[in-house]
Design a protein around this ligand. Structure first.
Ligand code: SF4
Length: 326
């Protein structure tokens, strides 16, 4: 029997109430399911507004789901007592896109990294200092950084500080929410390598959220593609990048910049994402899909197995007779 996943998400939904009375709510996340095995990096990718950040927040219980279940180490996160929730907060951490807004500018780097230990009353002052030295070593910062302030560092170094702070409580799961998106490409690679090394050394599990498939490719074992609140394709990294089956994934692939003739080439994604308060009927991607058929406008495609560990939701992947039935 295979071991239970570290994180199991089933039919997760978040519907934000509309500002105007009587208007439909915003279906930010609409029936998302996935598992993350221990030590695995699960990439969640999609355009801005697809619901990936909301999913990450719900997984950490920073935001309450409208419905669905989240199990962490086979425990129902929605049924935790306040003491159990405090313990979970030690096990699951987040690294945000912009460390400048997530790190208190008035606290020194040493105070920032040790703060979670103080809040959770872990260790003596001496033990916390020892832990700080170890964290500096892990993320490649000089010990002299402790007395300096976040604004004195570059963007890449600030992200190292944010990662050290996330590691302070020795978490099992880290949600990286666009953690390298604000960095220059060369610095991005350094931080991605650091995250990979830390995962291998400390046995971490990541939910790695990004709008950029190229970045997700660097670190992920499995990848899920989200569109307008739904997962439309999920596969091992190899299967997804070698044989993307959903038209939206194929469009995202073509949007990854590549260098040819000494120049950067990429395709832009045509059309705008429809409003999540009024998602199109049938397949939600049909308003932008180059292969849309009549059936796509009326019937929502179901997730179908298209490989050993590969699923996608598209009428092109089902039997022709089924696809033709409207
Ligand atoms: Fe395109 Fe139809 Fe497939 Fe949706 S179901 S991705 S509209 S072909």
């Amino acid at each position: 029997m295979s071991a239970a996943p570290l994180l199991a998400v089933r039919d997760l939904r978040k519907i934000f109430p509309a500002r105007r009375r009587g208007a439909p709510g915003v279906r930010a996340v609409d029936g998302v399911s996935f598992d993350i095995a221990r030590g695995q990096t699960f990439g969640l990718v999609g355009e801005s507004g697809c619901g990936k950040t909301t999913t990450g927040r719900m997984v950490l219980r920073l935001m309450e789901p409208t419905s669905g279940t989240i199990r962490f180490e086979d425990r129902d996160l929605m049924a935790l007592s306040p003491a159990q929730l405090r313990a979970f907060r030690r096990d699951a951490q987040i690294v945000f896109q912009d460390p400048m807004s997530s790190l208190n500018p008035r606290m020194s780097v040493g105070e920032l990294i040790m703060e979670p230990l103080v809040v959770h009353r872990i260790g003596t002052t001496r033990e916390r200092r020892q832990r700080l030295a170890r964290l500096f070593d892990l993320v490649g910062l000089q010990p002299t950084s402790a007395t300096r302030f976040p604004h004195e560092f570059s963007g890449g170094q600030r992200q190292r500080i944010a990662i050290a702070r996330a590691l302070a409580l020795e978490p099992k799961l880290i949600v990286c929410d666009e953690a390298v998106s604000a960095l220059d490409v060369s610095i991005q690679a350094q931080i991605l390598n650091l995250l990979g090394d830390l995962r291998d050394e400390l046995g971490l599990t990541y939910l790695f959220i990004s709008h950029d498939l190229g970045v997700v490719r660097h670190l992920s074992d499995r990848v899920a593609v989200m569109y307008l609140g739904e997962i439309v394709e999920v596969a091992s990294k190899r299967e997804l990048f070698e044989t993307p089956r959903h038209p939206y994934t194929q469009v995202l692939m073509r949007a990854i910049p590549r260098i040819a003739d000494g120049r950067r080439h990429f395709e832009t994604i045509a059309g705008d994402v429809p409003s999540p308060s009024a998602p199109p009927p049938g397949c939600r991607f049909h308003t932008r899909c180059p292969h849309a058929m009549e059936v796509c406008r009326k019937v929502a495609p179901k997730m179908t197995s298209v490989g050993e560990t590969h699923q996608a939701a598209c009428h092109l992947l089902t039997e022709p007779a089924e696809a033709a039935t409207v």
